[in-house]
Design a binder for this molecule. Structure first.
Ligand SMILES: [Zn+2]
Length: 339
C-alpha cells in the first residue's frame, strides 16, 4: 500500500513539473528590463570597454581586477558590465524593499573563480565523481560475461559525459554550452529509458534489440538536430524530458510489480525512482539563491549525488543474479521471456 502511494506521489510530482514547464525562463526578466540596468550597462560599456566590447580599457583594468579564472572562462568587458550592473540593480531593488529581480531568466549569482553558478558546477562535478566511482565498482563486481554487462557501461559513460557538460554550462552560460548541457542531459534521460527497455528484452533476439537500439540512436540524433536549430524551446524540451522519464519510471514500476516475489532486490530500483522523483520536486521551487550561491537547481544537482549508488547497486545485483541464472540453466534460450 505504502509502495503504491509512493509510486502515485512520484507520478504526481512529475505531472506538476510538466505544468511548471509552462512558466520556464523567458529571455527577458524584471531585472534586465529596467531602465536602470539598461542605462548602467550602456554607460559602463561606453566608459570602460573597447568598441567591440571585448577588451577592458586601460584605466578600468585595476577596477575589475580580473583573476586568471575570469580570463580563462572568457569574461570579456561587456560581460563584466552586465555582471556589475546586475548587482547594482539588485541593490537598488533591495534599497526600495522590492523583491529580488531575475536577469535573463536567472537569479543573480555570486561569481566564484570565474564560475557563473559555482554551486551547480561543484555539484555537477560531484555527480561525475560518483558515477565514475560507481562505474568502477560495477566493473569490479560484475563479470564481463554477465547479461546486461554492456548496459552498465553505456549508462555510466553517457552520464559521465552529461555531467561534464552540465559543469561547463554552469561555469559559463553561452548558447553553445546551453545547447550541449540540455542535449546531453536528455541523452541521460533517454539512455536510462533505453537501458530499461534492453533490460526487459535481454533474453530476446539480437535482431530485435538491434532494431530498438537503432531506433533510439536515430531518434536522439534527430532530437539533437532539432535542439541545435532555431530558438531553444525550454517548455517543449522539458515536456520531452518528463515524458521520457515517466515512460521509463512506469516501465520499472511494472517490472517491480511482476518480479516482486522472485527478485527481492527490485526494492533498490524502486527506491531509486521514488527518491529521484522526490529530488526532482526541488525543480518546482524557485527562490533567490541562499548567500547568492545556493538555488533550487543547484540543490537538485546536489540531491542526485547520493542517489547514484542506488542505481548502480541495483545494476550490480541484477547482473550478478542474471549471471547465476544463466549458469544454472546452462543454455541461454531466446524464447525464455522471463524478466
Ligand atoms: Zn543544471
Amino acid at each position: 500500500m505504502f509502495r503504491i502511494n509512493l509510486e502515485k506521489s512520484a507520478i504526481c510530482l512529475l505531472l506538476l513539473l510538466l505544468l511548471k514547464s509552462e512558466s520556464l525562463p523567458a529571455t527577458a526578466s524584471n531585472g534586465d528590463r529596467t531602465q536602470f540596468y539598461h542605462n548602467c550597462r550602456q554607460n559602463c560599456e561606453r566608459t570602460n570597454c573597447s568598441a567591440d566590447g571585448l577588451e577592458i580599457q586601460e584605466q578600468a583594468i585595476s577596477f575589475y581586477g580580473q583573476t586568471i579564472f575570469d580570463r580563462i572562462f572568457g569574461w570579456n568587458c561587456a560581460d563584466e558590465c552586465s555582471y556589475g550592473c546586475m548587482w547594482r540593480t539588485v541593490f537598488a531593488f533591495m534599497e526600495r524593499g522590492w523583491p529580488i529581480p531575475q536577469f535573463y531568466g536567472k537569479w543573480p549569482f555570486l561569481r566564484l573563480f570565474g564560475m557563473q553558478e559555482p554551486a551547480s558546477v561543484i555539484f555537477s562535478i560531484a555527480n561525475f565523481v560518483m558515477h565514475f566511482r560507481m562505474l568502477r565498482k560495477f566493473r569490479e563486481s560484475v563479470r564481463s560475461d554477465s547479461p546486461c554487462y554492456m548496459l552498465g557501461h553505456i549508462f555510466g559513460l553517457v552520464c559521465l559525459n552529461g555531467w561534464i557538460w552540465s559543469a561547463i554550462f554552469h561555469t559559463r552560460d553561452f548558447p553553445i554550452t546551453e545547447l550541449l548541457d540540455y542535449a546531453f542531459a536528455y541523452s541521460i534521460v533517454l539512455c536510462s529509458f533505453y537501458c530499461m527497455l534492453m533490460r526487459m528484452l535481454h533474453r530476446y533476439s539480437l535482431f530485435l534489440r538491434g532494431v530498438i537500439t537503432l531506433a533510439c540512436v536515430s531518434y536522439y540524433i534527430n532530437y539533437f538536430a532539432y535542439l541545435s536549430t532555431g530558438k531553444f524551446n525550454y517548455s517543449f524540451n522539458m515536456k520531452v524530458n518528463i515524458a521520457t522519464g515517466v515512460l521509463n519510471a512506469v516501465g520499472w514500476f511494472v517490472w517491480c510489480q511482476r518480479v516482486r516475489y522472485r527478485r527481492p532486490y527490485y526494492k533498490r530500483i524502486l527506491r531509486f525512482y521514488v527518491l529521484f522523483a522526490l529530488a526532482m520536486s526541488l525543480e518546482l521551487l524557485d527562490f533567490p539563491p541562499i548567500l547568492w550561491i545556493l538555488d533550487a537547481h543547484s540543490l537538485w544537482h546536489l540531491a542526485t549525488v547520493p542517489l547514484v549508488p542506488l542505481y548502480y547497486d541495483f545494476l550490480i545485483e541484477d547482473c550478478q543474479t542474471l549471471l547465476k541464472e544463466k549458469e544454472m540453466t546452462g543454455s541461454y534460450s531466446y524464447f525464455n521471456k522471463d524478466i
